[in-house]
Write a protein that binds this ligand. Structure first.
Ligand code: ADP
Ligand code: MG
Ligand code: ZN
Length: 488
């Protein structure tokens, strides 16, 4: 690939994220599921753009936007003005979108990302502003027409614009994924990519390696998945490199992405801000945000993933891998912390979660908040293992049953007679029985085939239904085999 040596990729992302409020941005219509709700059932004269209707700002949407702005280290502007962005499209009944232009909600933030190589990069955020989503068009496959659903029109939409700080497709993908993770952590967006609640626009250019000036960019619109984002950006970089290699010039343009052909295509010449005839929205007063409001939102922010990972490694002794896995999603992190709060040793809880509970969740396609096992239940189970009441293998069986039924560990152990056999005399008899019944293996062992030791352990476990205390079995085997060796 010619790109990496001769040219440096430059990528800036515009991310549109719907805010998960109950009602829409400027009216009291409910925000409904764009896939399952019957079309045009959550609409009213305001979001249908009837003349003479007055919009009202949704306070909760502003608060959600403030959460995001603060989590991205932005400065929230005290004076916000909504603006009309005028353009015609069949999914936009008003003929304009209420957005923010000169005075956005927040500016000058950053998001730190970590690359596969371990390298960390800081991506600056240029601005975060609030607007409203459009309706949804469905173009009929037989070409006979298009359908429009206005349920989505007027849903609060946050636009997060980065500086052109990304230098590879990987950085763009990691940035986008991290942003989604934070939106989910903040409880402002479901992250449900298939439902289009987060959409990306990739601005892509190349410049000669070592140059500081920005090259001419193209902008790929409407990317609905991380895969589409990465593929479209990679495709544009290749396309631009080929143009530059042939001493041509990249034309600034707005592109679409064809999922079926996996290539970009030109949509139109690049529109400029003045094409939209922005002007302050006359139906809305300026939105003033007092410092006290900002501080209240800041104080209520959840601890974010990076901070959690740092705390899990430094204060709780987890490995960076364990910390990342547990901090990945907020409900999992909170479950883990609840277990630690009721007395679970962090390392043991992490182990059981990552190595046992996650596979059960995967197998049954359940998320942590659908699981019947409680944090306290897991801690009880770990306690039974620590006390020697059950061995680790039995504990895994018990966990599976707790997962299925929600019954407490102690009850399952009792009801199923799973308690570990730690009675030395009883176990010694079992060990002696196993050795007596397998004289050939004993002879082989005594002749030097030491690997048979594990096999003997297995036989004892089998004879006790897996309930024998493994440490005791090993000790007794050692004693009895040593004695037999002496008798030889
Ligand atoms: P518009 O709103 O018209 O798309 P902006 O100037 O607001 O234009 O830029 C939008 C995005 O494009 C930002 O994320 C910015 O970082 C990115 N960007 C601007 N210039 C370049 C460039 N030369 N190469 C790559 N990205 C760019
Ligand atoms: Mg743009
Ligand atoms: Zn409405």
């Amino acid at each position: 690939m010619a790109i990496t040596s001769k040219y440096e990729p430059v990528i800036g992302l515009e991310v549109h994220a719907e805010m998960m409020t109950n009602s829409k941005m400027f009216c009291s219509c409910r925000v409904v599921d764009s896939v399952t709700a019957p079309p045009n059932t959550a609409v009213c004269p305001v979001c249908l753009g009837m003349p003479g209707m007055l919009p009202v700002i949704n306070k909760r949407a502003v608060e959600f936007a403030m959460r995001v702005a603060l989590a991205l280290n932005c400065t929230i502007q005290p004076d916000n003005v909504f603006a009309r962005k005028n353009y015609f499209y069949p999914d936009l009944p008003k003929g304009y979108q209420i957005s923010q232009y000169e005075l956005p909600l927040a500016t000058n933030g950053w998001l730190d990302i970590a690359l596969e190589s371990g390298e960390r990069r800081r991506i600056r955020i240029r601005r975060v502003h609030l607007e409203e989503d459009t309706g949804k068009l469905t173009h009929l496959e037989d070409g006979s027409g298009s359908l429009v659903d206005f349920n989505r029109s007027g849903v609060p939409l946050l636009e997060i614009v980065s500086e052109p700080d990304m230098r590879s497709v990987e950085e763009a993908r990691v940035y986008a994924m991290k942003l989604r993770q934070i939106l989910r952590y903040l409880g402002v967006n479901s992250g449900d990519m298939e439902k289009g609640v987060i959409r990306f626009e990739a601005n892509v250019s190349l410049r000669p390696a070592g140059s500081q000036a920005l090259g001419t960019r193209t902008e790929v619109k409407n990317l609905n998945s991380f895969r589409a984002l990465a593929e479209a950006a990679a495709y544009e970089l290749e396309r631009q490199a080929a143009i530059l290699d042939a001493s041509g010039q990249v034309v600034q343009d707005t592109m679409g992405w064809s999922e079926s052909r996996r290539e970009t295509f030109s949509q139109r010449g690049k529109e400029e801000a003045h094409d939209y005839r922005y002007f302050p929205e006359p139906d809305l007063p300026p939105l003033q945000i007092a410092p006290a409001w900002i501080e209240a939102i800041r104080a209520a922010l959840p601890e974010l993933p990076d901070a959690r990972v740092a705390r899990y490694t430094s204060a709780l002794g987890l490995t960076p891998y364990e910390a990342r896995v547990l901090a990945e999603e907020r409900p999992v992190a909170e479950w883990f912390e609840a277990a630690v709060t009721v007395g679970g040793a962090p390392k043991a809880v992490a182990n059981w979660l990552i190595n046992a509970l996650f596979s059960l969740m995967n197998e049954h396609r359940l998320s942590i908040d659908q699981v019947k096992l409680t944090p306290a239940g897991l801690v009880e189970l770990i306690g039974l293992v620590d006390k020697g009441a059950i061995n680790t293998n039995t504990a895994k069986e018990v966990l599976a049953e707790m997962f299925a039924s929600g019954r407490p560990a102690g009850e399952i152990v009792q009801a199923r007679g799973l308690a570990q056999i730690s009675d030395e005399a009883a176990l010694a008899a079992v060990v002696a029985g196993v050795l007596a019944q397998n004289s050939q293996q004993v002879a082989n062992y005594l002749a030097g085939k030491e690997t048979l030791r594990g096999w003997f352990v297995g036989q004892v476990m089998k004879a006790t239904g897996g309930k024998a205390n493994p440490a005791l079995v090993n000790q007794l085997l050692h004693e009895q085999l040593t004695r037999l060796e002496g008798e030889q």
